[in-house]
Design a protein around this ligand. Sequence first.
Ligand SMILES: *Cc1c(COP(=O)(O)O)cnc(C)c1O
Length: 439
Amino acid sequence: MDDRVQALAERFTRDAVVELVRDGLDLARASVGAGGQVPDVDALVHDVLNASSAWRTWPTPVINATGVVLHTNLGRAPLSDDAIASARAVAGSYTDLEYDLGVGRRGSRQAAIAGLVCQVTGAEAALVVNNNASAMLLGLMEFATGKQVIVSRGEAVEIGGGFRIPDVLRHSGAELVEVGTTNRTYVRDFEEAIADRTGAILAVHASNFRTVGFTHAPSIPELVELGRRRGVPVLHDLGSGCLLDTTEYGLAHEPMPQESLAAGVDLAFFSGDKLLGGPQSGIIAGTTEAVGRLARHPVARAVRTDKMSLAALASTLLHYLRGEATEKIPVWAMIAASREGIAERARAWCKEIGAGSDVIETRSTIGGGSLPGETLPSFALAIDPGQIAASALVGRLRSVATPVIARIENERVLLDPRTVPPTQDAALLAGLASAMRSD
Ligand SMILES: *Cc1c(COP(=O)(O)O)cnc(C)c1O
């Protein structure tokens, strides 16, 4: 056997390596059959090694220098130190996940986390599931299967990744009743659509686009008033679980679960890994009656969350309870970062890189289906790629030891310190040095 293949067979099972070699030979045979050249052993070994490069742990950390705080492709919110520590602590251990230590019997997977959610949102009851998409699916299956759901035409949206409100409604066995027009919908449009078969009124935060100009949408309190008067539950998909007031950071107002629940919606749905800044999870908060119905639905079991996510979410929610969210939760620390602090870091990077680099003013965005069109003033290290194209330099940056994701503007490569935790500075600079080495 070739030494390199032998070495591979020592790291992985012989069977797995034999299978790769067989696949390589099959491909070569097929290529020869189609009139191709007979490959030499070296080429075959190369193919085998190439195929085996997929045998690695994944996902791996990357450096997000894009300035997009919640980058969906990069896994949304990075966790706080406390959240990481608690997820890690339970990962390799038995836990009291479903065990009541007080009485020594089976306990609830939801009670503790629901208590925290209720505390920070003011809800009566709560349920945590796998993500907000499954939260919505569960809510609609319980409230809308075989019934009609009234949605404003301007809110029958696609959230991303093919997740479309009309499709989710259909798959949960509900009939979508669209009311109003794309730009203007009034509470009377909802009222006129209420019928015997109405299961719910659904409000969806149009989180990834903005309608501007001649627009109108009923407020949540107006919908709640209507729902109460006509005996129709009101469900609100907020998208992001934004528990802090974004206007304090120079951003537009992002709807908050607390406001929605105070207004009296039956159920509010939101993500745990957008502006909440925690792990992937979907949070359902609302009345004891409505949340109880969802908890008893058979699909609740199919969308439940694992212990590591629950531990990380509990730690994240505790940051809000301790009033330390902007210091401890990375996405909020990034949003709250001072311009001067960002400029200083960009200048420090620039000093390390030297010639061909500059510090420029730029804008960071929130991303992740939150605050569309809203930006924060920022600074970036701008690199003139010199001999190579900017696209070639960002490509090289993606292939360094800890991949660096950057953006291109005006043929320059921009790196925004806002989304790079200082702990990654050394890796970023090493990556830059290696990518810019002329070879
Ligand atoms: C992001 C989003 C969802 C989906 O949430 P996930 O946690 O990604 O499943 C649903 N609705 C809205 C309005 C969103 O912005």
